[in-house]
Design a protein around this ligand. Structure first.
Ligand code: GLA
Length: 389
């Protein structure tokens, strides 16, 4: 009798213990699902001894994004193909050295003003400002000689189910000729649904202009082919024609009946070489701002969809911005060799840069890009990946 009750008691304890250890395993499992660790590694050293870091964000599906605090560059970004294989879908380099050449803004945060400002000049509150004419000695491009793509940001990893990297940068009054101390924050969040969200915000102590974006170069074939077979849809009935310096003429032109019509899925290669189209000739392909169809003005809405039928990869771009620069890598020329020894020839990748219209500071009819001291600049852009079978 004694032995029996002892055995019952012992059995009870064993069951209880195994239950509680099962419970703690469950908790651990739950923890490993809900907290995706962010790995920090060295990205390289500058000639002056400063160092840059790389942060790896992963979600539970297996999507992986590497971001460096140098220029806020997204250097590596995987997405699944139709067989569930995650491969890198952006152009770039494995370490800092490749970014010091410098490359054409691969993956970087662009600021203080993305795209062009005619002759590098603009007037604000009666005062004339002169910026670098770093684009063919003609116009100002992507923030100047040392834009936000070429500075070290302060990085703060935020671990969780949806890991994030918060990047901050103080752009000093007068830097690259822009007025006002501008406190900029960009938060990259890798979401559960295989999207990377980019939240931009900024405040200034003097009236200034601002137009922030990200300059990732996408190749959904994971650099196996060029992008001419990628199928693009843009939620835009109008685009901005440009002059020979790629400055918008001020006209808002209907895409209907032109090779700029991407209102239904259209293969890039279809119209990109249409030399009869003056705008294609001027851009050397597509390098224009499309004006997004919006209901409210600044709601987060679908701007673009890109599908690579061969791999089955699909990318959707959502943004609060009024326009998107669709650029087809026309200036790539095969001189750069990136990750995995892959060479980057002309039109090897595409960019979809959410933005305000280029040259807005000089074009009163365009939505304003002015930021005042009592205001907060806030925009969001999301790149979401899925699969089409
Ligand atoms: C943007 C511009 C292009 C080019 C690239 C970078 O997309 O519109 O003209 O300058 O950036 O090479």
């Amino acid at each position: 009798m004694k032995i029996k009750s002892f055995l019952t008691l012992a059995l009870g304890i064993v069951i209880l213990q195994s239950c509680s250890s099962k419970k703690s395993e469950d908790n651990q499992q739950k923890d490993s699902v809900t907290v995706n660790k962010i790995e920090k590694t060295s990205f390289g050293t500058f000639p002056d001894g400063r160092t840059a870091d790389s942060y790896t964000l992963k979600n539970a599906n297996g999507m992986e994004v590497k971001i460096t605090n140098y220029g806020g560059v997204v250097s590596h970004w995987t997405a699944p193909d139709k067989d569930g294989k995650y491969e890198d879908i952006v152009l770039g380099f494995d370490s800092l050295a490749g970014y010091l050449t410098p490359p054409p803004y691969f993956g970087a945060i662009i600021g203080r003003y993305g795209n062009r400002i005619a002759k590098g000049k603009f007037k604000l509150e009666g005062k004339e400002y002169a910026l670098a004419t770093n684009n063919n000695n003609l116009n100002h491009l992507h923030g100047g000689v040392v834009g936000y793509d070429k500075v070290l940001w302060t990085a703060e990893p935020i671990e969780g189910e949806e890991p994030a990297l918060k990047l901050t940068y103080l752009s000093k009054d007068g830097e690259e000729g822009y007025p006002g101390n501008l406190n900029v924050t960009v938060i990259y969040t890798l979401q559960k649904d295989n999207s990377l969200k980019m939240d931009y915000s900024a405040t200034t102590d003097k009236t200034t202009i601002i137009n922030l974006t990200n300059h990732s170069y996408f190749n959904l074939s994971a650099s196996k082919n060029n992008i001419l077979d990628h199928e693009v849809t843009l939620n835009a009935d109008r685009f901005l024609p440009v002059d020979k310096g790629l400055i918008p003429t001020g006209e808002l032109r209907a895409v209907k009946g032109t090779v700029f019509d991407f209102t239904s899925p259209t293969v890039i290669g279809k119209g990109i070489n249409d030399e009869k189209d003056e705008q294609i000739k001027l851009g050397g392909g597509y390098d224009h701002a499309w004006i997004l169809n919006k209901k409210e003005g600044n709601e987060l809405s679908l701007a673009a969809t890109v599908v690579d039928k061969t791999s089955g990869r699909k990318m959707e771009v959502l943004t609060t911005e009024p326009a998107i620069q669709f650029y087809t890598g026309n200036f790539l020329d095969g001189k750069l060799t990136g990750k995995g020894g892959v060479n980057y020839p002309k039109r090897f990748a595409l960019c979809l840069e959410s933005e305000h219209y280029p040259d807005s500071p000089n074009q009163a009819a365009f939505p304003t890009t002015v930021l005042k001291p009592n205001e907060t600049y806030k925009t969001t852009t999301i790149y979401k990946f899925s699969v089409v079978k």
